[in-house]
Design a protein around this ligand. Structure first.
Ligand code: ZN
Length: 300
């Protein structure tokens, strides 16, 4: 997960239309959940050859074709951050039906984070649950109250972090799985919202643990180890070897701030300190080059 700015003007014309505003008002006023339609929140192009969605394409602009939660490159569902029809943790809740077309409530999520025992209608919170929409004196919806970054929704303090509201960098750390099955993510905040997010979206599933190694660690490992081979073969002298290691570490740093990279949360964690780098990267390298690589990291 990384912090994302999703501009209001990326909304589709249909989501921005008066007809949709009227539809939301009707749904919110009458709690008519059956009238919620993916013709609006998904909006297919109607292409008979493929099921493309205008809203998915617009969300992909800000999320760079990545899942909002796990940051894999993935074909994303339109995910209602606050579930639109029911809340798994609260039988008395009718779902956040009035947020069915709300731009800040629509996120791109991969199937693995959203279905298959993961998020779906889960929405555990720490604070005060919101059960009904807010109306103004003229019976119109209070649009400010529908936005994820405003109260009363913010006051719910959801366990699931919102990539457009919360700064994920403050909530997570990583460690190598003790059984050797990849890299695990962990929560580090005192309210356990990081751990809550991991639990809701199953962010320690095997596929992700192994992909973190495959996508983030292995390219670096292959580059520095091949440089070491070239040193042994006399193709690089000592200086050239060290320069090559520094170059590869700089690539790690560049990729960590490139919002198009996968797994940027892990990439940023790794380059944040030599302690993190030592704990996550060095164990994957041949023991003979760990000290040289760590010294190069510290020199930057
Ligand atoms: Zn995902």
């Amino acid at each position: 997960m990384r912090f994302v700015i999703k501009p209001e003007n990326h909304k589709t014309a249909t989501l921005s239309s008066q007809a949709t505003a009227d539809a939301i008002l009707e749904i919110a006023t009458n709690m008519s959940k059956d009238n919620i339609t993916d013709k609006i929140y998904r909006e297919s192009y109607g292409d008979p050859d493929e099921k493309r969605s205008r809203v998915e394409d617009q969300l992909a602009l800000s999320y760079h074709n990545k899942c909002a939660y796990c940051e894999r490159l993935a074909k994303a569902d339109i995910e209602h951050y606050r579930p639109k029809k029911k809340v798994a943790e609260d039988n008395a809740h009718n779902g956040y039906y009035w947020l069915c077309y709300e731009w800040t409530n629509l996120l791109p999520s991969c199937v693995k984070c959203n279905r298959e025992g993961a998020k779906h209608s889960k929405f555990p919170i720490i604070g005060n649950r919101v059960y009904t929409p807010s109306f103004l004196a003229n019976n119109q919806l209070d649009e400010d109250h529908q936005k994820a970054q405003n109260n009363p929704l913010m006051n719910e303090i959801p366990y699931l972090l919102h990539p457009e509201v919360d700064n994920p960098d403050l909530f997570f750390g990583f460690f190598i799985d003790p059984s050797g099955n990849g890299i695990r993510i962990k929560g580090v905040d005192t309210q356990n919202r990081g751990d809550g997010t991991i639990e809701v979206c199953l962010l320690n599933r095997q596929e992700l643990r192994l992909e973190r190694v495959e996508n983030v660690i292995n390219p670096f490992k292959q580059s520095v180890e091949s440089a070491f081979v070239m040193l042994g073969d006399g193709i690089y002298n000592d200086d050239q070897f060290v320069q090559q290691i520094i170059f590869q570490i700089n690539q790690l740093i560049i990729n960590a701030s490139n919002e198009k990279s996968t797994h940027t949360l892990l990439r940023k964690f790794i380059v944040k300190s030599h302690q993190n780098f030592s704990a996550i990267v060095l164990p994957y390298l041949a023991s003979s080059i760990r000290n040289i690589v760590l010294a190069a990291f510290k020199s930057i």
